[in-house]
Design a binder for this molecule. Structure first.
Ligand SMILES: Cc1cc2nc3c(=O)[nH]c(=O)nc-3n(C[C@H](O)[C@H](O)[C@H](O)COP(=O)(O)OP(=O)(O)OC[C@H]3O[C@@H](n4cnc5c(N)ncnc54)[C@H](O)[C@@H]3O)c2cc1C
Ligand SMILES: *[C@@H]1O[C@H](CO)[C@@H](O)[C@H](O)[C@H]1NC(C)=O
Ligand SMILES: *[C@@H]1O[C@H](CO)[C@@H](O)[C@H](O)[C@H]1NC(C)=O
Ligand SMILES: *[C@@H]1O[C@H](CO)[C@@H](O)[C@H](O)[C@H]1NC(C)=O
Ligand SMILES: *[C@@H]1O[C@H](CO)[C@@H](O)[C@H](O)[C@H]1NC(C)=O
Ligand SMILES: *[C@@H]1O[C@H](CO)[C@@H](O)[C@H](O)[C@H]1NC(C)=O
Ligand SMILES: *[C@@H]1O[C@H](CO)[C@@H](O)[C@H](O)[C@H]1NC(C)=O
Ligand SMILES: *[C@@H]1O[C@H](CO)[C@@H](O)[C@H](O)[C@H]1NC(C)=O
Length: 564
């Protein structure tokens, strides 16, 4: 009697559970497959990890539905009523109304200083992403922005053909062009040693830092310019999920019978048969299933098809040495794509404000959505006590209107450093930073006339004797050092391209090499966010990739089924 094909999905994150859900719901009526999801961790969800902090529902990983129009995640969230809240959650609703931008030294920057640079940055990114730029006001500034974007793009085309132009270089060319075209702007007074140009640059850098967390490219000079315009977002609002991102995962998993998902089953290597069976004996050794999965506990499992959904970071680590995850090693075209694509670290830090202490001031009852503008790295004007790992963090914001829980995002080296720090170190250094921003202009950067200009809100915080900002508790993610993830999400690095994302998705053995009848087709399939050309780095990208690989197998067996 012929055995049912066995499909083993490695990883119970969004991609793996979507594939399992699709395979199971499409075939449960005829019980076509034996299906397993093996997960190295002790929970499902992968880079989705809804948690709790200070009585609030918060997300350690995936946070936003990036555009609700047409998003399958949004559709599920609506169907299962996951958008209705039963307790406070991370919704970031105060963001737009309450932004307060403060430059190092304690100088609050009003809209007339911040907005031109924010608009410049936004227009440059829109240009890089191939979106039409807003031409609303028709003001002089709009001319600058368009000019800047065009000038900066010239830099790219002159470098074109090589395809190694970066978003970071483009942005800086845009800023230079903006300065060139707006030379005669009035110098600022009353901002200590901050000149107009220094402030422009530092505000620009703040936006770059936000972009680093969006893309996970620790350095925007490594983010490929060409590929930026291939990335797709859904239209509409970006929202968080009140019942938690995990509710989507639980819904997908809920259809699977007990025993399908196996937790704490970390795969150490995958043996496969690119050349087919050498002999009948070999075939028997392999139980007639071509793939042999080895687990860290020494156990093994045979399969006809494996869907690998581990992160790009895990693949990078598992394919760089001989002692790799695949035996025989993955073919060159695969390992090249894996090594060329970018995969960075992004972490979230939650801090709970002390209910007393800073609150006695009766000013910080409502902590502002704070945008932080720091001196550039080469500046000797830097406040000595603000640590380097906070200096590339763009904001510190309450997780909802009036929440006493604040959130910051970190990327790159800074995100990795955060993982190594103790709670106490974090509390001390963030407090020092916030205090120095919310206090009056600091002595080191105080200019002779700065006292005349200091901002009223800043003054009122300073005037309280209890003005030091205090935190009682912190929670941070550690995606970079967790061996099951080794980072946060993928990006197209300079030297790579969208084609590499397509290559990531190709099943093995490579199509065409299966003509020899002894080679089993579709032994190793690949899903996960890093296998989607236009929606990489997102939960819906992972979702689409899971559907894609489930459909690939369904199609494969549908064809065989017709023959019988
Ligand atoms: C901080 C952060 C913020 C984010 N914010 C957003 C956001 O706002 N919006 C958005 O859309 N996306 C966001 N993302 C990205 C999103 O979380 C991911 O793109 C998506 O969840 C990836 O799903 P996946 O199934 O591809 O991979 P994963 O979720 O990584 O699933 C892979 C699974 O494989 C398991 N595994 C790894 N190695 C092994 C092994 N050897 N054996 C067995 N199992 C193994 C892992 O434990 C994991 O469960 C964010 C991610 C992070 C880290
Ligand atoms: C998930 O979040 C909890 C905090 O609530 C944390 O203890 C755990 O380590 C996190 N898991 C991962 C894999 O990040
Ligand atoms: C948040 O609070 C402010 C007043 O402090 C108010 O203007 C704003 O509308 C509130 N936003 C939401 C989403 O409730
Ligand atoms: C911003 O500050 C400038 C001078 O520093 C002032 O002229 C302008 O009115 C202020 N704008 C707002 C919106 O407060
Ligand atoms: C990449 O770009 C730099 C200039 O930014 C150029 O000097 C270099 O030759 C390019 N490399 C490749 C491989 O195209
Ligand atoms: C805080 O301010 C409000 C008015 O804004 C006032 O009614 C209240 O008494 C103040 N509380 C303290 C402790 O000063
Ligand atoms: C938030 O706090 C402000 C004052 O600090 C208050 O006016 C407002 O009503 C509060 N909003 C909510 C939603 O609690
Ligand atoms: C302040 O002004 C004095 C002279 O008026 C000058 O010597 C000094 O350098 C100035 N200090 C700063 C910090 O600008």
């Amino acid at each position: 009697m012929a055995k049912k094909p066995r499909i083993v999905i490695i990883g119970a994150g969004m991609a793996g559970l979507t594939a399992a859900n699709k395979l199971y719901t499409s075939t449960s009526f005829n019980d076509l497959f034996e299906l397993f999801v093996v997960e190295g961790g002790t929970r499902i969800g992968g880079r989705i990890n809804t948690s709790e902090f200070g009585g609030n529902r918060i997300e350690m990983g995936a946070t936003w539905i990036h555009g609700i129009g047409g998003s399958p995640i949004h559709q599920i969230a609506q169907e299962i009523h996951a958008l209705e809240s039963d307790k406070p959650w991370e919704c970031m609703d105060g963001l737009s109304d309450e932004l307060k931008t403060i430059a190092e030294g304690g100088f609050e920057l009003n809209a007339s200083i911040v907005d031109p640079i924010s608009t410049l940055f936004k227009n440059l990114m829109d240009f890089a992403q191939g979106k039409p730029t807003e031409d609303s006001a028709g003001t002089e500034d709009v001319r600058y922005y368009n000019f800047a974007a065009k000038e900066a793009s010239k830099g790219c085309t002159s470098n074109g053909g090589f395809g190694n132009h970066s978003v970071g270089a483009f942005l800086r060319q845009g800023l230079d062009a903006y300065w060139d075209s707006s030379k005669n702007r009035e110098e600022l007074r009353g901002y200590g040693k901050w000149s107009r140009k220094l402030l422009d640059e530092a505000i620009f850098a703040m936006h770059e830092n936000t972009q680093r967390t969006y893309t996970s490219a620790g350095d925007l000079l490594t983010l490929d310019f060409e590929a930026e315009s291939e990335y797709r977002m859904f239209p509409g609002e970006e929202i968080t999920i009140s019942k938690g991102y995990l509710s989507i995962i639980e819904y997908l998993a809920s259809v699977l019978p007990p025993g399908v998902i196996q937790l704490d089953r970390k795969v150490s290597s995958i043996e496969w048969q690119p050349e087919g069976h050498q002999s009948v004996e070999m075939a028997n050794v392999f139980d007639s299933r071509p793939v042999k999965i080895h687990f860290c506990d020494g156990s093994v499992m045979f399969a006809d098809h494996v869907i690998v959904t581990v992160s790009l970071g895990v693949l990078k680590a598992g394919t760089c040495q001989d002692s790799g995850m695949f035996n025989p090693p993955l073919p060159f075209f695969k390992t090249e794509a894996i090594s060329r694509l970018g995969y960075g670290v992004v972490n979230k830090l939650f801090l709970q404000l002390s209910p007393t202490g800073n609150r006695k001031a009766n000013v910080t009852d409502k902590f502002p959505s704070l945008q932080m503008v720091f001196h550039p790295s080469d500046s000797d004007l830097r406040h000595k006590k603000i640590p380097w790992w906070i200096r590339r963090t763009a904001s510190l914001c309450p997780i909802y209107n009036n929440s006493s829980v604040l959130l910051s995002w970190f990327a790159g080296k800074e995100a990795l450093e955060l993982e190594t720090l103790s709670d106490e170190e974090i509390i001390n250094e963030v407090s020092t930073t916030v205090y120095s921003l919310l206090s009056q202009p600091h002595k080191e950067v105080k200019s002779n006339n700065s006292h005349e200009f200091c901002n009223e809100n800043v003054k009122s915080i300073e005037s309280s004797s209890e003005s030091e900002v205090r935190f009682v508790k912190v929670l941070k993610s550690k995606w970079g050092s967790d061996p099951l993830f080794l980072g946060s999400y993928s990006y197209v690095a300079v030297g790579s391209s969208g084609a590499d994302l397509d290559t990531m998705a190709e099943p093995l053995p490579k199509i065409g090499s299966c003509e020899s009848s002894s080679v089993h087709p579709l032994q190793i399939l690949f899903a996960g966010e890093a296998t989607h050309r236009t929606h990489y780095s997102t939960t819906h990208g992972a979702y689409f990739s899971g559907l894609r690989e489930a459909n690939r197998l369904l199609q494969h067996y549908h064809y065989v089924g017709n023959l019988i």
